[in-house]
Design a protein around this ligand. Sequence first.
Ligand code: SF4
Ligand code: FES
Length: 246
Amino acid sequence: MTETTGTIFIDGKAVGFMQGQTIMDAALSAQVYIPHLCHYPGLTPSGNCRLCVVEADGRRAAACTTAAKAGQQISNNTAELNAARKVITQMLFVEGNHICPSCEKSGNCKLQAMGYHLGMLEEHYPQFNPRRVLDASHPDILLDRGRCILCGLCVRASHEVDKKNVFAIAGRGADAYLIVNTVSGKLGDSNLDVTDLAANICPVGAIMFKERGYVTPIGERIYDRQHISDVAMHEHVTEQKGDKKR
Ligand code: SF4
Ligand code: FES
C-alpha cells in the first residue's frame, strides 16, 4: 500500500485508509488490532462471528464488512465492546465441544487465544454438548464438526483460493452445520488436499491433519509464543505480500 485516501480515528488514533478498504483492513494495516474470528486477510468478509463489532460514528457495525469513511470516529478497545466480545466467545465455547486440555489444536486455536485475550476465565453458560457427525474418511484430514464454530473460513478459502468448493454451510441459525460437497457427503470423497488453504485455515480444531498429534509440543505453539493480535498482524502482512498460505 502506498498512498491513503482518507483518515479514520480508532480510539482516537488517526488511521489512513485506501478507497474501498474496510475498517478492519485499515486497522490491521495500521497495526491496530480489532478482535476477529471469521475474518481472514484476502478472503471476502462474511460478518458472521460479530467479534469485530465496533462503534462507528456512534453505531455498532462489523469492522470486517463496513467500509472506512473519511473522518469516521471508531471505538474499538472499550470495556463495553470487549465485554460483548467475551459473551460471544463464551457462547462459542459452550455451543461446541471445546475441551482445550484434550484438543490437539490447543495452543494453535484462535478461539482459545481469543478467550485469553478477553480475560475469559470460565464458560459462564451451560454446555450444549452437541453430538455432531465426525468425518474421518479422508486419509490425511479429520473433520470434527463438534468443534466447528461455523466461521465459514474453510468454505470461502476452498471457493475463492483453492477453487474447489469442498465445503458449504447448510441450514440456518441453531440448525446450521458444515457439509462436504460430495455425493456421499464424506470428506474422503472430496479432492481436499493438505496443501489447500481450506485445510489449513480452521481457527479451531474442526479441521485437523491426521498423524501429526503433538509434533509441536504444548508450550511451543503459535499462541503460546505470540499474542493473538501479533498473529493477526502477521497474517495481514503476509496477505499483502501475496502469500495467502501460511
Ligand atoms: Fe470455520 Fe473450521 Fe468450521 Fe470451517 S470447519 S466453518 S474453518 S470452524
Ligand atoms: Fe467481523 Fe467475524 S470478523 S464478523
